[in-house]
Design a protein around this ligand. Structure first.
Ligand code: FMN
Length: 170
């Protein structure tokens, strides 16, 4: 973790300890997904996220947030479709891989291009294939909002993230 993460932030006179903010956010247990696109270079790009959330049922909208500094930010900014691959408890290795600086994260991974033209990871607990609808700038992240065109669910249990560690639902 870089020292950037620990510094206090001052916004409109509010002084907030960055470490406390991150710790508090970490108590909100989430699932984990790999969000992915095919870039303009024709290659798959993806990253581990836990900022996924459903937004609306009608129309079916979801969102994810990507930091401006992430290498995937550029490919997501120009993409017209993306996928959300919700990871199962057997896929913690994929979560680690897609959060790492691996030069080709998709190398040797079981994936294929879904019908909307974005990467689908084999063995995911659920997959949502989305059309990009809106991009909203928010601080040092961009919120990407997508319309879900296809949703598939497989049997299994989710990978859970809490306080910086992977957990299993008991
Ligand atoms: C459990 C977990 C959840 C994460 N969630 C997000 C997220 O929601 N948004 C984000 O921008 N980065 C998130 N990250 C960090 C990215 O996966 C990581 O920075 C990645 O290396 C960025 O990849 P890139 O620079 O190749 O795009 C998360 C990492 C982990 C381990």
């Amino acid at each position: 973790m870089s020292s950037d993460h620990n510094k206090s932030s001052s916004y409109l006179g509010l002084h907030l300890d960055g470490k406390a903010f991150r710790k508090a956010c970490g108590t909100f247990a989430t699932g984990i997904a790999v969000a992915a696109v095919i870039g303009r270079d024709g290659k798959p790009h993806g990253l581990t996220i836990n900022s996924f959330t459903s937004v609306s049922l009608d129309p079916p909208l979801v969102l994810l947030c990507i930091g401006h500094k992430a290498a995937s930010h550029g490919p997501f900014s120009s993409a017209t479709t993306f996928s959300i691959n919700i990871l199962s408890d057997a896929q913690s290795d994929l979560s680690t891989r897609f959060a790492s600086s691996h030069p080709n994260r998709f190398e040797g991974v079981d994936w294929f291009e879904g019908e909307l033209g974005s990467p689908v990871l084999g063995g995911s607990l659920a997959v949502m294939k989305c059309e990009m609808r809106e991009r909203v700038e928010a601080g040092d992240h961009t919120i990407f909002i997508g319309l879900v065109r296809r949703a598939e669910v497989n049997d299994g249990a989710p990978l859970v993230y809490f306080s910086g560690s992977y957990r299993e639902l008991k």
